[in-house]
Write a protein that binds this ligand. Structure first.
Ligand SMILES: Nc1ncnc2c1ncn2[C@@H]1O[C@H](COP(=O)(O)OP(=O)(O)OP(=O)(O)O)[C@@H](O)[C@H]1O
Length: 750
């Protein structure tokens, strides 16, 4: 213990040095200029590394070093959440990153397959103090004894599973299990599906996989960033500490409703509307709706022009539309083709009329005259108004708002279900907006004009500076150097352009930050949690964000709650990769004790007799209970009595009370809050509070020491299954009406 403590003290001293260095390096890396692709790449990689290191070093109190591997060949390594090297010539490793190959035996070695190990040590720390050692002898012939042998890795695992929850997810680097390790380190390319029941560590594995990939493919991923998609803002908050504690910051975490930059989906759809909007057919429906915007004049549009009336008739418009469509470009980008053809058609009309030879001879106008007329037609605002009427420039938002106000190409009932005149965007609108943006094409002209404007301003500024210094010269000098000064001005102009370019390069945002603002960004890897919930339209968005199809999808079809989701993996993925995706399964439930899992599985079995839940790794001896109340007010009082009171507070992460969630249908929240004024509730409740009141959907992916499920009969099977499996220790069920059959056997409160 003493020797380990001394080692750790040296390690922490070194980390303190590195922390200061990393902060400085992050600053320097970001301000580094350079115009070449390589320089920008290096900057991104360096800054990601340095920022990550700083973040990981900040988190070092949480157990920087947690293991030690002693090999038969005499080599000996400490394992930790990041790699740390000495400040000597060889940069000798002091701590090996858990992701390095050398560290693998820490997770995989067994008595049967010792992988060259003599001894594996688990080091437990509190802050910077070593509090316990557990040694596993891998070589029974080894005569050395330390007095810490006897326990095995499960002791460490079970202690971590039993610990009180803090409302924030923690990393599991100390105790990654072999089946999880395989998934975490699976090759980057291709689609990997990780399926598993509640509590099997899918989220934990997905996050550690992100950390592993960022480590193993630093260059590629620091530049393109990793996208993590999770079900709700509360969930993203819950998992938000894990990657920074592992030193990784190059990750963008979004909910499916946030995938369209600039749009916040605050509205809600009926389940029916969400299902319709999520159907794969909607891509085709929107494409047809875009084509509907490319109209023909009915009747002929008459345009007052200086040289007489112009008739934009069906024939001109039809030809122009055909030509524009042949260009096979998105709507907004094809518009110039349409405009060109219309102007051409109208000019011909004018030429034929003005130049007509009354005696029937050839047209009297020459090519120059015709060109001049063409220019005038092209400059006429009335012509452009007419073009805009027939082929409007549209944003995705405009198009979708138009569509939702009057949905077409759907059955009457479906159209009625999604019709909406105004109101906020909903999560189900987001994939439609993205689809619309694809169909319309990025209309970058405004952004480009703005960028060009900015560049011109900089050039003008540089010229202004030049003029100032030029003006301050003596007259004599000016006269003499007239020619040269022009050369000088041109020279400075070039510099001004360089300046403008550099201005663009000095974009100090990280790749993840740039990705957040850019709809067309493509990520180096995409991780989707609760992947079973996504609609076919949402998959289209994610596949566009990841053309390399380097993806990890985790989910549990048995927990599917959204009406419009794809349901099974094959339906989800076949359209994109046929059957070229890999399927893995996690089968051990680390969260829910056996007593609770049994009840939850019974709920599912009522619908599907063949259902098998994941196997719980532990039991707690706490029997789940139920309690009936006469009416809603008594129900609320019973919930309040079962939940921790305002003074049993969990005010810091170290407390032992843990966290309690009350999971209840939305209709009951008001009443429950009167009885539980200290509970955190609302759209984004604070999970670190001792009591949290949640709707069933909000509870997805989360976990608590104690869970109180209220009125289970009001929840659908899937929501109920999710709610029941959130507890790590205790479960209570409170109700007024009949219980679902699977819960009727529950005894009373102990
Ligand atoms: N190897 C491990 N060591 C320690 N804890 C683990 C390990 N694997 C999983 N856990 C813990 O088990 C709990 C459940 O993990 P996680 O939330 O990742 O499960 P999940 O499969 O995503 O569950 P759900 O589908 O119910 O949301 C978490 O507290 C996680 O930290």
């Amino acid at each position: 213990m003493r020797r380990e403590q001394e080692y750790l003290d040296r390690l922490h001293a070194r980390v303190a040095e590195l922390r200061a260095d990393a902060r400085q390096a992050a600053k320097e890396a970001l301000s580094r200029g350079g115009s070449t692709y390589q320089a920008m790449l290096e900057r991104d990689v360096r800054s990601a590394e340095a920022q990550g290191l700083a973040a990981a070093l900040d988190a070092d109190e949480q157990g920087l070093c947690f293991g030690r591997l002693v090999f038969r060949d005499g080599s000996d390594h400490h394992i930790g959440r990041i790699g740390v090297r000495k400040d000597d010539e060889e940069r000798t490793p002091m701590l090996i990153d858990w992701r390095a190959d050398v560290a693998r035996p820490f997770y995989l070695a067994t008595g049967h397959e010792p992988m060259g190990l003599r001894r594996r040590r688990h080091i437990t720390t509190e802050g910077t103090r070593v509090t316990a050692l557990q040694d596993e002898l891998m070589d029974l012939a080894d005569p050395e004894r330390t007095g810490h042998e006897g326990s095995d890795a499960d002791t460490v695992l079970l202690a971590s599973l039993d610990a009180a929850r803090t409302g924030r997810m923690h990393d599991i680097v100390r105790t990654i299990q072999a089946e999880q390790d395989e998934i975490i380190r699976a090759p980057r390319h291709g689609i990997l599906v990780v399926e598993g029941g509640p509590g099997t560590g899918k989220t934990a594995v997905a996050l550690h996989r992100a950390a592993y990939l960022l480590y193993a493919h630093r260059e590629a991923l620091a530049r393109r960033a990793v996208l993590i998609v999770g079900p709700s803002p509360v969930f993203l908050g819950y998992i938000g500490d894990v990657l920074p504690s592992l030193g990784e910051t190059g990750v963008l975490a979004l909910t499916p409703g946030e995938l369209y930059p600039g749009v916040t989906a605050t509205g809600t759809d009926t389940p029916e509307a969400a299902e319709i909007k999520g159907r794969a057919d909607m891509a085709d429906v929107l494409a047809r709706f875009v084509a509907d915007q490319q109209r023909l004049p009915e009747p002929t549009l008459v345009i007052e022009h200086d040289d007489g009336e112009l008739y934009l008739d069906r024939e001109i418009a039809e030809r122009a539309r055909r030509r524009a469509r042949e260009a096979d470009l998105p709507h907004n980008l094809a518009r110039p083709h349409f405009a060109f053809e219309v102007i051409d058609g109208l000019t011909r009309q004018l030429v034929e009329r003005i130049g007509a030879d009354p005696y029937g001879g050839p047209n009297l106008l020459g090519a120059d005259d015709a060109a001049q007329l063409g220019k005038e037609v092209a400059a006429d605002p009335a012509v452009h108004e007419a073009i805009e009427e027939l082929w409007p420039t549209l944003t995705a938002q405009e198009l979708l708002a138009r569509y939702l106000a009057e949905p077409t190409h759907l059955s009457e009932a479906d159209a009625a279900a999604i019709r909406r005149d105004d109101g906020d965007w909903t999560p189900a609108d987001v994939p439609l907006l993205d689809e619309a943006a694809e169909l319309l094409g990025e209309d970058n002209s405004a952004a480009e004009a703005a960028a060009e404007g900015e560049r011109q301003e900089l050039i003008a500024y540089a010229e202004g500076v030049l003029e100032l210094s030029y003006g301050s010269r003596t007259q004599e000098f000016e006269d003499k150097d007239d020619e040269e000064s022009e050369v000088l001005a041109a020279h400075d102009l070039v510099d001004a352009e360089r300046l403008a370019e550099r201005y663009e390069e000095a974009d100090h945002r990280s790749a993840a930050e740039r990705a957040a603002a850019d709809r067309t960004w493509t990520f180096g890897h995409v991780i989707v949690d609760e992947a079973q919930e996504l609609s076919p339209m949402a998959w289209r968005v994610l596949m566009r964000r990841c053309p390399t199809r380097s993806m990890t999808l985790v989910g549990d079809p048995a927990q599917t709650a959204e009406p419009g989701s794809c349901g099974d993996w094959d339906t989800m993925l076949r359209p994109y990769v046929d059957d070229r995706w890999e399927h893995t399964r996690l089968g051990v439930n680390y969260r829910t004790p056996a007593e609770i899992m049994e009840i939850a599985a019974a709920v599912r079995r009522a619908e599907d007799p063949a259902f098998e839940g994941p196997r719980s790794i532990r039991s707690t001896g706490n029997r789940p209970w139920s309690r009936r109340a006469e009416n809603t007010r008594d129900l609320a009082a019973a919930v309040a009595a079962a939940a921790p009171g305002p003074d049993d507070g969990a005010h810091d992460a170290q407390d032992t009370h843990g966290r309690c969630a009350v999971i209840a249908p939305a209709e009951l929240h008001e009443e429950l809050l009167t009885a539980l004024p200290h509970a955190s509730a609302g759209e984004e409740p604070d999970l670190t509070r001792p009591v949290v009141l949640l709707r069933p959907r909000q509870a997805k992916g989360l976990e608590f020491d104690t869970v109180l499920v209220v009125e289970p009969a009001a929840l659908g099977t899937s929501d109920l299954y999710v709610a029941l499996t959130r507890a790590t220790q205790r479960l209570g069920v409170l109700h007024t009406g009949e219980l679902p059959e699977a819960l009727r056997e529950l005894g009373g409160e102990a």
